[in-house]
Design a protein around this ligand. Structure first.
Ligand code: TZP
Ligand code: MG
Length: 228
């Protein structure tokens, strides 16, 4: 998977019954890939190391079939063990440079940013992409620090451009769904830098038909990218 990752439709998984229900996570991820998800982050805040490693391996077999990168949230050790494409690191997790040392070259390391400072610091530390948010309040993540709205995303994108980080890919996260995806993408764009995609949890994982939900979201991202 040497080519540049496509961040258009970024799926973050959730294994809690409130969101996944009684469904099987690998089945849901496979359906989402059929629907066009372009990158997957396995996020499991509660599982034991054994469980997370076993599930990560299963998910990696699925994502590899579709040629889509799999990233692991927080657990750099698990990413190293299963040899997947990278990790996503939050503000309270391992330092980015340390993750880079453990993972070795060529792996994707993403970081979360909810302010201009966090975004610039993550870029300076070598982040390969940024997850910007929380855009809208969401029941999926209760400890969100700040709700920044599309205007907050736009300010961060503007700062990234001004400070020479125009080429760092960005996605937004938090409460993004089929009804607001187009609005988020258009309202968060600064004149010089737009989002590369959207990151969603419940809009796909909790959907009755994750493939159809993914297809619909991806079409909104593709439409937003057409210049008009
Ligand atoms: N980080 C910021 S908000 C969030 C994460 C992981 C959860 C987003 O979930 P949803 O269901 O897409 O609102
Ligand atoms: Mg984290």
């Amino acid at each position: 998977m040497a080519s540049k990752p496509d961040y258009s439709l970024y799926l973050v998984t959730d294994s809690t019954p409130a969101i996944l229900g009684a469904k099987d996570l690998p089945d849901v991820v496979e359906a989402s890939l059929r629907g066009g998800v372009t990158i997957v982050q396995y996020r499991d805040k509660n599982g034991s190391r054994e469980h997370v490693t076993a599930m990560a391996s299963k998910l990696h077999r699925v994502t590899q079939k579709y040629g889509v990168p799999l990233l692991i949230n927080d657990r750099v050790d698990v990413a190293v063990e299963i040899g997947c494409e990278g990790v996503h690191i939050g503000q309270d997790d391992m330092e980015l440079q340390q993750a880079r040392l453990l993972l070795g070259p060529g792996k994707i390391i993403g970081a979360t940013a909810s302010s201009k400072d966090e975004a610039l610091r993550a870029c300076a530390a070598g982040a390969d992409y940024l997850g910007i948010g929380t855009v809208y309040a969401t029941a999926t993540k209760k400890d969100t620090k700040s709700i920044i709205g599309p205007s907050g995303v736009s300010e961060i994108l503007h700062t990234l451009h001004e400070q020479g980080h125009s080429s760092t890919p960005t996605v937004c996260i938090g409460g993004v769904n089929a009804s607001n995806a187009s609005t988020v993408l258009s309202q968060s764009a600064s004149p010089q830098k737009s989002l590369d995609g959207i990151a969603v949890v419940s809009a796909i994982i909790a959907a009755d038909d994750p493939a159809a939900a993914s297809r619909h979201l991806l079409s909104q991202v593709i439409c937003a990218k057409i210049p008009h």
